[in-house]
Design a protein around this ligand. Sequence first.
Ligand SMILES: C[S@@+](CC[C@H](N)C(=O)[O-])C[C@H]1O[C@@H](n2cnc3c(N)ncnc32)[C@H](O)[C@@H]1O
Length: 272
Amino acid sequence: MTRNEQWHIEGNAAELYERYAARYILGPWASGLIAIAGVRAGERVLDLACGTGAVARLAAKEVGASGRVTGLDLNAGMLSVARSLPAPSGGPLEWVERSALDTGLQSHSFDVVLCQQGVQFFPDKPAALREIQRVLVPGGRVAVSVWRSSGIYNSAVGDALRQHVGAEIASRFCASRDAPTGDELTALFVDAGFAAVKLRVERMIVRLPLPEDFVLGHLAATPVASNIRALDSVTRAAVSDHVTRELARYIDGDAIAFPEEINVVTGRGGVA
Ligand SMILES: C[S@@+](CC[C@H](N)C(=O)[O-])C[C@H]1O[C@@H](n2cnc3c(N)ncnc32)[C@H](O)[C@@H]1O
């Protein structure tokens, strides 16, 4: 098992994931992924590794009442938060607790499959891509995003954890950024038989609350939550202060603002 396959959160971490990670770190990319996939009214959309459903909810608005959206994730806590959030006006949303490697969904039953920041956690990526092929209608579209680098904020938090907590905890926190490169992801798509495979790079200036208001809450929404909870208050403050110092040059009013990049790979299902 690689460190990525261990990405798993427990307890109330899913609520905190929605409040910190989904709202500030992942949510802002959701509309771009949906636009790249060209989601249209009436379509059936699968959001794979949906987490608390940021992509699924936006997709439901796009497909409207004549379409439908399924969010699939293997973490029950994430799905419980997804279910608890107000449904947007639009297509019906259903939530499925299952692995992306074996979705149990009907073959050829989706026009579009989206996956935002999920593929890096799949223990068998070729199997997951074959599963996407299976559930897509022939010619159906897929769009998958992964981080392009460890990123300015995550690197600073990783450094803080390495210095004040330990290398193993830092490595576990950084695992979400340990994604396939654009070329590796493209090759996975080609090998799985997708047509019209295309890689693009998307960029954004990300704005996060100041580290003193964000870092410890965010860490409580990650797989290292219990390790951070177990720290004494002096060490917790040292982690937060370290990030504040390292990111001082990115302060912009009451936020930090910095550039971030993702790889997005798109393709068309070809299996009849
Ligand atoms: C970083 S979160 C991204 C969630 C969501 N796509 C978003 O944009 O907020 C990664 C998600 O992948 C899910 N996940 C990891 N391995 C999975 C698998 N094998 N099958 C389904 N979901 C998986 C986790 O439970 C988690 O919700």
